[in-house]
Design a protein around this ligand. Structure first.
Ligand code: 5MM
Length: 332
């Protein structure tokens, strides 16, 4: 088994998911400010340390994705984040894209950047102790989007990133996100997600990416946030698995993003997904659905540090329990 295959299997091990704590400095700063915390490098560091040192975190979390700033920071006791997290039994990952930027030629659409100098950055991240990476491309549904140009360009970026990661010995998390923003229906989301994922598969194959050494991080198939017809967990799960069935069995695993769903809804949908037999594990790589309650409970108050950790632990436990339903079904 190659290193990437082994790490990808560990990231998607039964009962475990991934914590996405990789907000860019700008996003993290604005979330801290909204929670009443002064956004400094140290407050961002303290918050990520709060998350990572949550008691029992490794029972339900196999890996934490950080951004460049955090990967170079240290715990209060002086240990670098990657080392300290590794010593907690958790893989350290790194977001390596540099964000979704306006796409020349395609007004209103974005292309995710970050390929320039990527091999050298990956080598440095591996040296720092990262074992996996993440790159997110975003697609929005409207009457004219996503265009084929944006779909193929972003799929090619994801594939070039994934190939570079595997050459560097890092597992790429491949994240094509169809956004929930809008009034589109579940069926609209299913059609767009299928088209986007087909383009990603084609580009991964064209660049010889080994699917056994990647983790796919897709959106669940779900209606837009202003669509009046709200789907239930069984509908989301059925539509999501129907789209995913196009992926070959060798894919290491699927770790869903939460996409702005309320935490309880994301967990209920994840639980419903476990009812479906699939050749790959279906787990979580949630950001907001895990960290928002923790940030709200802590909001920068030293006296509420443990409350922040308890809020995170509660949601990790609930999602891990949702995954264990799959193990129960398989052994029944
Ligand atoms: C944590 O948010 C990540 C991106 O942050 P920036 O936009 O600041 O770069 C994001 O990629 C995240 O990892 C995924 O979208 C999943 O997060 P959600 O909140 O959708 O589960």
């Amino acid at each position: 088994m190659s290193t990437c295959t082994q790490i990808a299997a560990e990231l998607t091990a039964p009962g475990k998911g991934i914590l996405a704590a990789d907000e860019s400095i700008a996003t993290m700063s604005s979330r801290l400010e909204n929670a009443g915390v002064s956004p400094t490098a140290d407050s961002r560091r303290i918050y990520r340390e709060l998350l990572a040192t949550t008691p029992g975190l490794s029972d339900g979390v196999s890996g934490i994705i950080f951004c460049d700033e955090t990967l170079g920071q240290v715990f209060t006791d002086g240990r670098p984040f990657p080392q300290a997290v590794r010593e907690l039994g958790i893989h350290a990952g790194i977001k390596v894209d540099t964000g979704a930027k306006s796409c020349p030629g395609l007004p209103g659409e974005t292309i995710t950047e970050g390929l320039d100098g990527l091999p050298a950055r990956l080598a440095r991240y591996a040296e720092l102790g990262a074992t996996f990476a993440k790159w997110r491309a975003v697609f929005s549904i409207s009457g004219r989007t996503p265009s084929w140009g944006a779909t193929v360009s972003n799929a090619n970026g994801l594939a070039r990133y994934a190939a570079a990661c595997q050459e560097a010995g890092l597992v790429p998390i491949v994240e094509p996100e169809v956004l929930m923003t809008g009034a589109h229906t579940l069926a609209d989301c299913a059609a767009t997600t299928a088209t986007v994922q087909a383009a990603v598969r084609q580009q991964l194959a064209a660049l010889g990416v080994d699917l056994a050494g990647i983790v796919l991080k897709p959106n669940m198939v779900i209606e837009g946030d202003s669509c009046p017809d709200v789907s239930d967990p069984e509908q989301v799960a059925e539509a999501t698995v129907a789209v995913l069935r196009a992926w070959p069995a060798q894919l290491a695993g699927v770790a869903f993003l939460s996409g702005g769903q309320p935490p309880e809804r994301a967990t209920a949908n994840l639980a419903a997904l476990q009812q479906h037999q699939t050749p790959w594990p279906l787990t979580f790589s949630f950001g907001r659905a895990l960290v928002s309650p923790a940030l709200a409970a802590w909001h920068g108050d030293d006296l509420r540090y443990r409350d922040g950790q308890s809020a995170l632990a509660k949601h990790v436990t609930a999602n891990s329990a949702a995954l264990r339903r799959r193990a129960d079904l398989q052994s029944a």
